[in-house]
Ligand binder design. Sequence first.
Ligand SMILES: *Cc1c(COP(=O)(O)O)cnc(C)c1O
Length: 390
Amino acid sequence: MLGTLHQSMSFDVILESPVLSTFYPPLRTLMGPGPSDVSPRVLAASARPTIGHLDPLFVGLMDDVKRLLQFAFQTQNELTIPLSAPGSAGMEAAFVNILEPGDKAIVCQNGVFGGRMKENVERCGATAVMVQDRWSDPVDPSKVEEAINANPDAKVLAFVHAETSTGVRSDAEQLCRMAKAQGILTIVDAVTSLAGIDLQVDAWGADVVYSGTQKCLSGLPGISPITFSSDAVAAITARKHTVQSWFLDMNLIMGYWGEGAKRAYHHTAPVNAIYALHEALLMLEEEGLEASFQRHEINHVALVDGLSRLGLDLAVALPWRLPQLNAVVIPQGKDDAKIRSHLLNEFNLEIGAGLGDLAGKQWRIGLMGSSSHQVNINQCLAAFESALAR
Ligand SMILES: *Cc1c(COP(=O)(O)O)cnc(C)c1O
């Protein structure tokens, strides 16, 4: 599959093009923290004719996308939609709709994205009570329990299920159960977890869960699937202040994406990107969720085996490793930037650099969605072998 694509994107096409300003990207293998490889099938879907976003046929497609997102999130939540903006907008939508000025939120931080949650809380005029854990460790449930006991008035517990900055999974099920027992709503970042590891929104009692299309779904970048429980919807309905973001106000978005009601114009949906998301979700449904999780796990084990033969170790303790994001310790004396540019220039292979404190100390190798494939693993191992020998 990759081979045929390589051939069809030959340089002849580029050199013969009469339009010199047209952009022809190279065919990279995307094994960073996202975007992941978009399959030819999904790319082809995005190239179909654009129709109006209020066209009855498009409205029918919207209903099917909602159904498929409910399947992916393992939820019956009616308010399950794709926001027309990237994962960061999903995060912002979660906080601006649930929090009001004066509210208190317990925020867990064990990487980059927990820090962004704190900023979102504060921009809502709410207070963030931070639960800090070491980067490369999961969120510690006993610290969260303490924070809940010390702050029984908290409205929200927010945490990242799959920390892409560190390659760590936290126990979302346990954290959601603890919050629910105290009547606290949960906001769960599932940008990297959705479709890569198990995520049971209803069974775990998660309240607001958002994701992104460019990680384990392998759709086009730029859309954020999000789902709200009935408790979360009740909290939004009971708000005293209007949501400060017009674009992300769920009360308004419901008029466009809502069930049954006549669809009213709110904004123009990214029509072709929705075709791509629909196709990516169909592929997930055809494969099955369980099979997708297993594929991510098997390929992760194969990559880790191969890396260890090259003398490369993972930075995260075994039980908390994300199969879709492998944090690799950079060996002493190896030049991070030189090796990454060797991979990119000689092998067309993108991997991720370390973020924040982990810059220069770790690489992040993604095996997300369509990128989680044996062909990619072989290419990655060959590329590392070549780069390390330099
Ligand atoms: C990628 C990512 C985001 C942000 O998503 P964008 O689509 O880049 O805005 C948020 N949280 C986590 C855990 C991520 O990995």
